[in-house]
Design a protein around this ligand. Structure first.
Ligand code: ASP
Length: 427
């Protein structure tokens, strides 16, 4: 059966996380075998990051424009929703930064600035030259002089990606934005396909040149992110308990399908229909609260991603021995908010927008490559928190009293395989 599957097919059909784990193991082995010579293998990771950085700005642009075009928000609800989203995201980032400052995961490994950069530079000149022609941003080559090769690379990428929508009729502006957004997603999908090569290269070069010290730091980084995400989840549940009618455990039980789906797909957008349906059918929120929280929230509300970006920036700064000033930390907060709003709800989108956070505070984006090795796992965790954030906003919008139908005993019996709804705490 396996024999007639082409390698390309096998590659795309194997789940990304399995490919990344395979690349990780292979990278360790090759790094041990090659030793210092493995330094040059960091180049694919640099290339992938450069590509991710190139699609970041247009992806964010299309995602936000599209969300505005498609959202239907009733008058009066918008300011409340905006306040909730901003507050939750800010709290997420502050929790992330506090935990990262307390645990200081980056102190467990040192990087000398531009170490991997220098190693890769000396390695292969034609490759470096080629790398220089890979566009740093999508619009850049159209304005920079003399980057004809970059323009050609862009033209090929867009030509191939647009072939998929070539027969899609464009009747309205919304259709046009949809085509733009889907084209960017197609290109992003291609880049994601090659992430395992980057992981292989970066792991091999780190193991070969520095042994395992960085991995200890990465382990502590993973724990830091998990602790911060856990604290933020507690914050959500406390807010649900205090400021809305459903009880936290009842909400978690009703939403478990969506949460498990978020973890297994690493995509809050893919989970969105399930989030919406379960909020309405299981938790019994009002139609408007469910649709605003799940549908609008899924576009703008990515607290897990915001928290992750802030922790990552601090982690890499600590690894480089760079103390971020107060202004820089504030920049991390602001850009993480923007980056999480612009992150599409698809796997690895947070990595794309992270390049913006790093650039804003002057951190070298090459080091994001180090995170590639654990991102497949942390992506799942932060996506689950992103979905929990949408659930939280929906519950808070629903207020302190259940919708009339939800408070009747018949709807209780119908709910969640007859699990009792703890409405009894309301006077
Ligand atoms: N995967 C996340 C989501 O779908 C976005 C991210 O990469 O942070 O919500």
């Amino acid at each position: 059966m396996l024999e007639n599957r082409s390698p390309a097919r096998w590659w795309t059909e194997t789940p990304l996380y399995l490919r990344i784990i395979g690349a990780l193991v292979l990278g360790v082995v090759v790094g041990l075998l090659l030793g210092k010579n493995a330094a040059a293998l960091a180049t694919p990771a640099k290339l992938i990051l450069r590509l991710l950085g190139a699609v970041a700005a247009p992806l964010i642009l299309f995602a936000i424009v599209r969300a505005f075009l498609h959202a239907r928000i009733e008058r009066g609800t918008a300011p409340k929703l905006a306040r909730l989203l901003l507050l939750n995201t800010t709290v997420a980032i502050l929790i992330g930064m506090a935990v990262a400052n307390l645990i200081r995961p980056g102190d467990h490994a040192q990087l000398t600035p531009h170490e991997t950069h220098a190693a890769a530079k000396g390695a292969a000149d034609p490759l470096t030259q080629f790398l220089d022609n890979v566009p740093k941003s999508v619009l850049g080559p159209l304005t920079d002089d003399g980057k004809v090769l970059s323009v050609i690379l862009l033209a090929i990428a867009f030509g191939l990606a647009l072939r998929r929508s070539r027969d899609t009729p464009v009747r309205t502006i919304a259709d046009l934005v949809d085509v733009g957004f889907n084209t960017m997603l197609t290109i992003l999908h291609w880049i994601i396909q090659v992430i395992p090569f980057g992981v292989f290269g970066i792991v091999a070069s780190i193991v070969g040149t520095k042994g395992f010290s960085d991995f200890k730091a990465l382990g502590i980084f993973v724990i830091t992110v998990l602790v911060a995400l856990g604290l933020h989840t507690a914050y959500y549940l406390i807010r649900i308990r205090l400021w809305s009618w459903p009880r936290p455990l009842y909400v978690l039980r009703g939403m478990r399908d969506a949460l498990v789906m978020a973890f297994s797909t690493a995509s809050s957008t893919a989970t969105m229909p399930v989030t919406y349906a379960r909020l309405r059918d299981n938790v019994k929120l009002r139609e408007q609260s469910a649709s605003l929280g799940a549908l609008v929230g899924a576009n703008f509300n990515n607290d897990g991603t915001a928290l992750y970006e802030a922790v990552s920036a601090l982690f890499i700064a600590q690894m480089l021995g760079m103390e971020l000033t107060l202004t820089q930390q504030l920049m991390v907060v602001l850009t993480s908010i923007a980056a999480s709003v612009g992150a599409a709800g698809i796997p690895e989108a947070g990595l794309v927008t992270m390049t913006l956070v790093f650039k804003a505070v002057g951190l070298p984006v090459e080091y994001i490559a180090i995170l590639l090795t654990v991102d497949w796992f942390l992506d799942r965790c932060r996506t689950t928190v992103n979905v929990l954030g949408d659930i939280n906003v929906s519950c808070l919008l629903d207020g302190q009293t259940p919708a009339p139908a939800a408070s009747t005993s018949s709807s209780m019996a119908h709910n969640l395989n007859n699990e009792a709804i703890p409405l009894g705490d309301k006077p």
